[in-house]
Design a binder for this molecule. Structure first.
Ligand code: ADP
Ligand code: MG
Length: 317
């Protein structure tokens, strides 16, 4: 992709919110078994200065055979338009549960979630965000190009626009030579890159990403991180990103939300304040401020679980 960077992270007036309503939402794959089956209720006028996500007083309890599991308790979090937030914490602290509540794949036991000022359900129906979760969730009968182009196809993009955009996206994730392959002909990491390309297809104003780079080798992972920052700068998208990697969280985020388990709560929110100009993206990994961020997040994690060399389930790489 090009080398011209436009740095305007918080650009809430841009992108999907102002577009025409989506068509055929029932065909769009979601990350779980849930599919959109209804058309939107009353259309909501776009409010462009509104926060991307607000989570207010959210608790989530699961009823299981062996009793109740308090997955989340007292979660309050606001993600501004254009802001990059990472959720980090030991396995089982409720990161995926929180993502699923934001994506309306599950409902809170108490509290409220809004996305661009709408209910989570309405935002899902309006497809206000792109999703890339741990499992790629590709359609096995569609080629790589047809999977990436699916959101564009569903929303009426012309064949020519679609081909151009799919080419651009595949180039970005390094899969241009695999456009005509099927998902089962790709490695897990490659499938995940297809899913990420699909999530980015329509330059959404919000991306929900749950360990999207976990299956990638380190070099691809770093490239994808840099690309993600560039895309966010270009589109002004807000991102809620789950990761096990402290450096990944620090590198990508405006704020790192450190969570603690049993029940899952927000332990601390660590602001990063790093220079996120994409032209500076590679240099950032070598800078003192980056390492200071890593230390700050590691210390916040250890406050929650006093383990000498790293909280369980969290990587220092
Ligand atoms: N559908 C479910 N039914 C019962 N318990 C669940 C369910 N989903 C998650 N949990 C429990 O909620 C807690 C948080 O899980 P999860 O959000 O997946 O954690 P994380 O993503 O941080 O590893 C865990 O104790 C997990 O076992
Ligand atoms: Mg998880």
């Amino acid at each position: 992709m090009g080398t011209h960077f436009r740095f305007h992270r918080a650009r809430p007036g841009s992108g999907r919110l102002g577009r025409h309503p989506r068509r055929h939402p029932q065909e769009l794959p979601t990350c779980g078994d849930q599919r959109v089956t209804q058309l939107p209720e009353t259309p909501v006028a776009p409010t462009r200065t509104v926060d991307a996500v607000t989570v207010t007083g959210v608790d989530k309890t699961f009823d299981t055979r062996s009793g109740q599991v308090d997955a989340l308790t007292g979660i309050d979090l606001t993600v501004s338009a254009g802001e990059f937030i990472s959720l980090i914490g030991p396995s089982g602290c409720g990161k995926s549960t929180l993502m699923r509540l934001i994506a309306d794949l599950d409902q809170p036991t108490a509290g409220t979630v809004t996305v661009f000022g709408k209910s989570a359900k309405q935002a899902r129906l309006d497809q206000d965000y792109g999703i890339a979760f741990q499992q790629a969730g590709l359609l096995p009968w569609r080629t790589v190009a047809a999977n990436v182009g699916l959101p564009l196809e569903l929303h009426g993009a012309s064949g020519r626009d679609r081909t151009a955009r799919v080419g651009e996206l595949l180039d970005m994730v390094g899969l241009s030579d695999f456009a005509d392959r099927y998902p089962d002909q790709l490695s897990g990491g490659m499938q995940q890159r297809v899913a990420i390309a699909r999530a980015l297809a329509e330059k959404p104003d919000l991306l929900l990403m749950d360990e999207p780079f976990g299956a990638l080798d380190e070099m691809t992972r770093e490239r994808m991180q840099t690309e993600l920052l560039r895309i966010c700068a270009e589109t002004g998208a807000a991102v809620v990103f789950v990761t096990h990697s402290i450096p990944e969280a620090v590198y990508l985020s405006d704020r790192v939300v450190v969570m603690s388990p049993r029940p899952g709560r927000i332990q601390e929110i660590v602001p990063m304040g790093l220079n996120r100009d994409p032209a500076h993206a590679e240099a950032l990994r070598e800078e003192r401020a980056f390492f200071d961020g890593v230390t700050a997040v590691r210390e916040a994690l250890h406050t929650g679980s006093p383990v000498p060399t790293g909280a369980r389930g969290v990587e220092n790489r």
